[in-house]
Design a protein around this ligand. Structure first.
Ligand code: PLP
Length: 383
């Protein structure tokens, strides 16, 4: 039996999304750019998916670009702005951004850009006054995540957008974790660029989309054909795009279920707090994603806890999936100032709309015994 509680790493494909994709993997295999009947079928499907993504985001379909996921969207946004605005060489990010943002900023630094990294407080929250103070006339872009992949902490995007746009600066939002788990309406959120991945929202892996506000000058990511208005050349991944569109439509329909998901998450946290001493729930003092619990247990190793749970069929994560195998606390835990004796024993539990109360109860009952046995075996022991 598998209990899958690692939905911030990836999610299972929604059966409805798979059903929508299958015809485009079988008989409807035409190139969306072809002038014949099979091409038209594929083109129509891409148009429909673009409408579905736009409806979820609250933007125009012409502002949606299909790509391969969050990492590509981040690269496109930051590098695209860097190339389009050669007179502006200052970028602002937060200390808890995804490693993709950090890696692109390292690349930008090598290209003589200056990067300001804004710290967060103990609850993972951004200092809006520091954000305001850091914006300069030569700031090309502010890039902030909507929700943190490890802690689930939500940044106050509306206030941040007011500040950034008030200074006439471009704002990019990495919404990879927020899509489907928090309401986002670009009609009322004056941001310029946004990216997300299909596989975090029960769509297929290797798919994603980006919002590029109408009129924004952004350099193309991939030079090639005229696909995606010349911003990303290459034959469209029609089955993937169809699955992504369906996943977005489903995500919207399931938004009312978020309350039930946070209810299960809260029960789990209550059980952990009452059954185990020496626990911290990181980011609990902030507005958080409803599905995420970022738990630090004093005096044990998170990796050992992950393995013990995995032996029992329970899938969780230590920090972000990208940081697995890393022996140090993640950059998010460090930025939040979590004490080392807790930080080393951190796991992330992330639920989805497919998670059941029974699964949460099973894990709640399992955790105290495992934590106790690991602590008895000695701090940072893998026994
Ligand atoms: N941004 C955030 C906040 C993420 O959580 C992730 C994936 O974990 C990404 C970006 C990168 O997405 P992908 O791996 O789908 O390219």
């Amino acid at each position: 039996m598998i209990i899958y509680l690692d939905n911030n790493a990836t999610t299972r494909l929604a059966p409805e999304a798979l059903d929508a994709m299958l015809p485009f993997l079988r008989e409807s295999f035409g190139n969306a750019g072809s002038g014949h009947v099979l091409g038209h079928l594929s083109e129509g499907a891409v148009v429909q998916s673009r409408d579905q993504v736009a409806a979820m985001l609250g933007c125009s379909p012409a502002e949606v670009l299909f790509n391969s996921g969050g990492t590509e969207g981040i690269n496109h946004a930051l590098r695209g702005v860097f190339e389009a605005f050669p007179g502006k060489r200052h970028f602002i990010i937060s200390a808890v951004e995804h490693p993709a943002v950090m890696a692109v900023c390292d690349w930008l630094k090598r290209k003589e850009a200056e990067i300001t990294i804004l710290g967060v407080d103990g609850e993972g929250q951004l200092d809006l006054a520091a954000l305001e103070a850091s914006i300069r006339p030569d700031t090309a872009l502010v890039s902030l995540m909507a929700a943190n992949n490890e802690s689930g902490v939500l940044f106050p995007l509306e206030k941040a957008a007011q500040i950034v746009k008030g200074k006439g600066t471009l704002l990019h939002v990495d919404a990879t974790q927020a899509i489907g788990k928090a309401a986002l309406d670009l009609m009322h959120l004056p941001i310029d660029l946004l990216n997300f991945s299909g596989h975090k929202v029960h769509g297929p892996k290797g798919t994603g989309a980006m919002f590029i506000r109408r009129g924004l000058r952004l350099k193309p990511f991939m030079l090639g054909g005229k696909q995606e208005r010349g911003r990303r050349g290459g034959t469209e991944n029609v089955p993937g795009i169809v699955g992504l569109g369906k996943a977005c439509e489903l995500a919207m329909a399931h938004l009312p279920r978020l309350a039930a998901i946070s209810g299960m998450r809260d029960r789990l946290e209550l059980a952990v707090q009452s059954g185990i001493h020496g626990v911290r729930i990181n980011g609990a003092g902030s507005a958080r994603l409803p599905n995420t619990s970022f738990l630090s247990f004093k005096g044990l190793e998170g990796e050992a806890l992950l393995l013990k749970l995995s032996e029992r069929g329970v899938c969780v994560s230590t920090g972000s999936a990208c940081a697995t195998g890393q022996k140090e606390p993640s950059h998010v835990l460090r930025a939040m100032g979590v004490p080392i004796e807790y930080a080393m024993g951190t796991i992330r539990i992330s639920l989805s709309r497919y998670t059941t109360l029974e699964e949460v109860q099973t894990v709640s009952e399992m955790l105290p015994g495992i934590v106790e046995s690991l602590r008895t075996a000695g701090p940072y022991s893998r026994a």
